[in-house]
Design a binder for this molecule. Structure first.
Ligand code: S3P
Length: 427
C-alpha cells in the first residue's frame, strides 16, 4: 500500500499515542509465566504485540482479548506446553528474544521463526549466553540466525557482560534467570530500557543493581495488573513534526517518560525544540506526562555514547529534524541501527536523500548537513514501521506530493498513525 502526503498548512490538536510496545510485550510475557490473573489495559494495538499474544496462546496460555483490556491467566511456567507448530514472531525482535528466554527454561522442543527481516537479525548474541546457562539451542547460519530451535530444561545462573547495550538481550537472560539455579549477574556496556527490571521487581522478584551490574535471584512471579503508558517512540513522530512544521502546536497525551527512553526529549531540547511537560504522574511504576510541542528553530546536535540506547528507535525521525536544522548533526556509536527492522543507517540515508537532504553514511551512524528545504519525494519504507512514519513526517514539511510506498508497515507499532495525521492536519 502506498500513501500520498501533502504538507498540511497547520498541524494542530491533541493526540494520544498507542500503548507502549516494549511495556506491552513484557506485561503479556511476564504475566503468562506468573501465578494468578492479570488485567492489562492500553495494550499496544500493533502487530508486534499481537505476535507475542499468538505465540503465548500457542504455548497454552489463557489470554482473553476484551475491548477494554487483556485478561491473562498465569499458571507459572508449568502452565506452558509444547507448541504443536512453529512459533511465529512475525516482524518482532522483542517477541523472539524475550520468548526465547522463556523457552530456554521449558522442558520441551520449541521452534521460533519470523518474517524475512527478523530472520536476518542477529541471534548469536542470544544463543551464546543461553547455552552458557545450560539451554540446548540452535539457529540457522551456524547459530546466528532464526529460525531457532530450543530444547529447554534445567538452567544455571551466569555472570555475563553483554556485548551490546540491548534491552531485548538483557530481558531474555533475566527471564531465563528467574528459572535458573543461582543468581544471574549481567553487566551492560550502557544502560538500556529497564521496563523488565521494573516489572520483575513489582511482581516479587529480587533484583538489585550494583553499579552497572544487575543481580537477579531466581523466584516466582505474582500476576500484576498493568496500565501501559503511551509509547514515546510513537509520540516521537508528533514531537518532531510539531517542532519542524512552521505552523504547529500539538499536545501529545499520556506519554511514557521512563528516563531510559527519553533521549528524544533531550535531543530535541538540545536542538532548540520547544517542548513543555504537564500533568506528570506515575502509572503502574512507569512515569507519564502530556507533552506540548510547537514550531521551533532548530540547530544541529551531536548524538552518541550512552545517549544512543535511550534514543535508538527515534534516530530515523531525528534525522528528518536534523535535515531542516541549521548546521550539522552527527550520529555516532549507533552501529546497532544496522540490526533493526531494516538497516536503519543505510535506509535512512537512501530515503532521506530522495528529499534533497544531505546525509553522509558512517559505519556507526551518519552526518546530516542541515539548513535545506526538503522537496517532496517518492520513497519507500523498506517495510520498516519507523522508517515509514519518519518519511511521512518528512512529507509533512516538504513542498509538493510525497508518496510513501510500503505505508502499511505502520501497523507494526502504530495502526492509527495515518488517521491521527489526518486529524492533526485538519486541526
Ligand atoms: C526493545 C529494545 C530495543 C529497541 C526495540 C525494542 C525492547 O532494542 O530497539 O525496538 O522492547 O526491549 P535493543 O534490544 O537493541 O535494545
Amino acid at each position: 500500500m502506498q500513501r500520498e502526503i501533502h504538507s498540511p498548512k497547520t498541524l494542530r490538536g491533541e493526540v494520544t499515542p498507542p500503548g507502549d510496545k516494549s511495556v506491552s510485550h513484557r506485561a503479556a510475557i511476564l504475566n503468562a509465566i506468573a501465578y494468578g490473573e492479570a488485567r492489562v489495559t492500553n495494550f499496544s494495538p500493533g502487530a508486534d504485540c499481537q505476535s507475542t499474544l499468538t505465540c503465548l496462546k500457542a504455548l497454552g496460555v489463557e489470554i482473553k482479548e476484551m475491548p477494554s483490556h487483556l485478561r491473562i491467566v498465569g499458571k507459572g511456567k508449568e502452565g506452558l506446553r509444547e507448541p504443536d507448530n512453529v512459533l511465529d514472531a512475525g516482524n518482532s525482535g522483542t517477541t523472539m528474544r524475550l520468548l526465547t528466554g522463556v523457552l530456554a527454561a521449558l522442558p520441551f522442543l520449541s521452534i521460533i521463526t519470523g518474517d524475512s527481516s527478523l530472520r536476518s537479525r542477529p541471534m548469536g548474541r542470544l544463543i551464546h549466553p543461553l547455552r552458557l546457562m545450560g539451554a540446548t539451542i540452535w539457529g540457522r547460519g551456524s547459530d546466528t540466525l532464526a529460525p531457532l530451535a530450543v530444547k529447554g530444561g534445567e538452567l544455571k545462573g551466569i555472570e555475563y557482560r553483554l556485548p551490546v547495550a540491548s534491552a531485548q538481550l538483557k530481558s531474555a537472560l533475566l527471564i531465563a534467570g528467574i528459572f535458573a539455579r543461582g543468581q544471574t549477574m549481567l553487566e551492560e556496556p550502557a544502560p538500556s530500557r529497564d521496563h523488565t527490571e521494573r516489572m520483575l521487581r513489582a511482581m516479587g522478584v529480587k533484583l538489585e543493581a550494583h553499579g552497572s551490574m544487575i543481580v537477579l535471584s531466581p523466584g516466582t512471579l505474582s500476576a500484576m495488573d498493568v496500565q501501559v503508558p503511551g509509547d514515546i517512540s510513537s509520540a516521537a513522530f508528533w514531537l518532531v513534526a510539531g517542532v519542524i512544521h512552521p505552523n504547529s502546536r500539538i499536545k501529545v497525551k499520556g506519554v511514557g517518560i521512563n528516563p531510559t527512553r527519553t533521549g528524544i526529549i533531550d535531543v530535541l531540547r538540545a536542538m532548540g525544540g520547544k517542548l513543555q511537560f504537564e500533568n506528570t504522574r506515575e502509572v503502574g511504576g512507569e512515569p507519564m506526562a502530556d507533552i506540548t510541542v510547537e514550531s521551533s528553530e532548530l540547530v544541529g546536535a551531536e548524538i552518541g555514547g550512552a545517549l544512543i540506547p535511550r534514543v535508538i528507535d527515534e534516530i530515523p525521525v531525528i534525522a528528518v529534524a536534523a535535515a531542516l536544522a541549521s548546521g550539522k548533526t552527527v550520529v555516532r556509536d549507533a552501529a546497532e541501527l544496522r540490526a533493526k527492522e531494516s538497516d536503519r543507517i543505510g535506509t535512512v540515508v537512501k530515503e532521506l536523500s530522495k528529499f534533497g537532504a544531505k546525509v553522509e553514511e558512517l559505519p556507526d551512524g551518519m552526518i546530516i548537513h542541515g539548513g535545506n528545504h526538503l522537496k517532496a519525494a517518492v520513497c519507500h519504507s523498506h517495510l520498516d514501521h519507523r522508517l515509514a512514519m519518519s518519511l511521512a513526517v518528512g512529507g509533512m514539511v516538504s513542498k509538493g506530493r510525497t508518496v510513501v510506498a510500503g505505508a502499511e508497515a505502520v501497523d507494526i507499532s502504530y495502526p492509527g498513525f495515518w488517521s491521527d495525521f489526518e486529524r492533526l492536519s485538519a486541526g
